[in-house]
Design a protein around this ligand. Structure first.
Ligand code: ZN
Length: 468
């Protein structure tokens, strides 16, 4: 079989890997590329393969850098099924609709503020095109695993394991019969961590796996323990109280946002932090949180101890406001701090967070709180790295707000977690590192190379094909 890496290759976005075996073309993820506007535009408008030739897709989880180009695949003539867990199907539907609507609104805004020499832009896909994708989803469970294989044809079957990254995220274990032998492959998707709030820890794959395609976002980093998040949040909240100001938090509408709300709720209950109003400003906030509310069987022990056994919802408390309409969103700007605004997108590349940043980034009393990974060339990364001024909606803004980082909450495995994953994978013969910037991947390759001498480790380039 052949594997070609069409995205998340020496990069963290646009996850897309094509497996070709005996005339069957299986696509792992179909993610959107996020980064420089002109580059993303080009990479996202057409897929680097014929969509009509793709027989099936396995989707690891809902985040748009893994799912965001499914509407383009369908638009270009894909006729197969998109396999993912039930929660991933639900989440992805909302995120794709949202992604289309953000593109439509951004285009409208951009086109109505055109300056000399600029041409109008159009969305990569519309809301209608996003909606057409939903009919292709085929939910697969990762419970009752011993009996549950999903067959793609007589030679290819797979099962899912819990990846513990966001609700519904899955590790894929594939078994492929080819030329009289059985080949095995693990695709980790994005891997979570032990002890993250709400979700269960990532599961170990029980079967022998010859080949592994593993994410490596934090191949060079060891995260601060999650327990330290209380101290960092306390500092942020006290800053906002002292300055009567706003804390602006860019976060994926699903994942970090709910974790942050969970932790803040718990810290308020334990009287560790004072209460301030929190606005979860996303048209999707209620829908996505509702998916969480009916997914308790996916949650960990800690959830049951903290809230579940008391039949209390972690996602509702007095000072938490879900903001859906644009009018309500605009009204937050007129409010006096202290307050916190959580809004997407997570890397500040689009969505309502841009309006909040535009309004507060020049105010030295405000704070931008970075809670997740920020890819190269995104606005979030520029703010994180201290670039000033930054461009928002085509205009320059000086960054005077305090910028703080909560990396304890990262939803990605760190170097130690990744190393354990390699160690516990039985019969591993070849490792491909994806979903990482080159410096992170190289650092991990060096470390893993010395820990597991003789194990071939590749860091594929974009478009590179390997025979396995
Ligand atoms: Zn993810």
């Amino acid at each position: 079989m052949k594997i070609t890496f069409f995205g998340a290759a020496r990069n963290v976005t646009g996850s897309k890997h094509l497996i070709q075996t005996q005339g069957f073309n299986l696509l792992l993820d179909c993610g959107m590329y996020q980064g420089r506007r002109d580059q993303s535009n080009q990479s996202n408008r057409t897929l680097p393969f014929s969509s009509k030739d793709i027989n099936a897709v396995i989707l690891s989880h809902g985040h748009v850098d893994h799912s965001g180009l499914l509407p383009v695949l369908v638009k270009e003539g894909f006729m197969g099924r998109i396999y993912c867990t039930g929660p991933t199907a639900e989440i992805t539907k909302y995120l794709l609709e949202d992604s289309a609507s953000i593109q439509e609104k951004d285009c409208d805004y951009f086109n109505s503020h055109l300056r000399e020499g600029e041409s109008p832009i159009s969305p990569i896909y519309t809301s209608n095109e996003a909606e057409r994708t939903f009919a292709y989803f085929e939910p697969v469970s990762y419970f009752n695993r011993s009996s549950e294989w999903t067959e793609l044809n007589k030679n290819i079957r797979f099962k899912f394991y819990d990846a513990g990254h966001i609700l519904g995220s899955a590790i894929t274990f594939l078994e492929i019969k080819e030329g009289g032998e059985t080949k095995t492959l693990v695709f980790t998707g994005d891997l979570g961590r032990e002890n993250l709030p709400i979700l269960r820890s990532p599961e170990a794959v029980e079967e022998k796996a010859q080949t592994m395609i593993m994410e490596c976002t934090y191949g060079a980093r060891v995260h601060r323990p999650i327990g330290e998040v209380a101290e960092s949040l306390k500092e942020a909240v006290h800053f906002a109280i002292r300055k009567k100001s706003k804390i602006i938090v860019p976060a994926f509408a699903l994942g970090r946002a709910q974790e942050l709300i969970y932790i803040i709720h718990k810290l308020i209950d334990e009287k560790c932090i004072p209460e301030i109003p929190i606005y979860f400003d996303s048209p999707l906030s209620q829908n996505l949180t509702a998916i969480f509310a009916r997914s308790a069987k996916y949650f960990d022990e800690e959830f049951w101890e903290d809230f579940g056994n008391r039949r209390e919802s972690p996602f509702s408390f007095e000072n938490l406001h879900y903001v859906s309409s644009l009018e309500e969103s605009k009204a937050i700007n007129r409010k006096q701090g202290p307050l916190m605004i959580i809004a997407a997108s997570g890397m500040a590349e689009g969505g309502r967070i841009l309006h909040h940043l535009k309004n507060s980034i020049g105010d030295p009393n405000s704070m931008v709180l970075i809670t997740g990974f920020q890819a190269e060339n995104t606005l979030g990364r520029k703010i994180l790295e201290g670039v000033s001024p930054v461009r928002i909606f085509g205009w320059n803004y000086d960054v005077r707000a305090k910028v703080a980082v909560l990396n304890e909450l990262s939803a990605h495995a760190d170097q130690k977690d990744l190393l354990s994953r390699v160690e516990e994978t039985n019969g591993l013969e070849r490792l491909f590192l994806v979903h990482a910037e080159i410096s992170q991947a190289m650092a991990f390759k060096d470390l893993a190379g010395s820990s597991f001498p003789g194990l071939p480790i590749e860091i594929p380039e974009l478009g590179q094909t390997f025979e396995v």
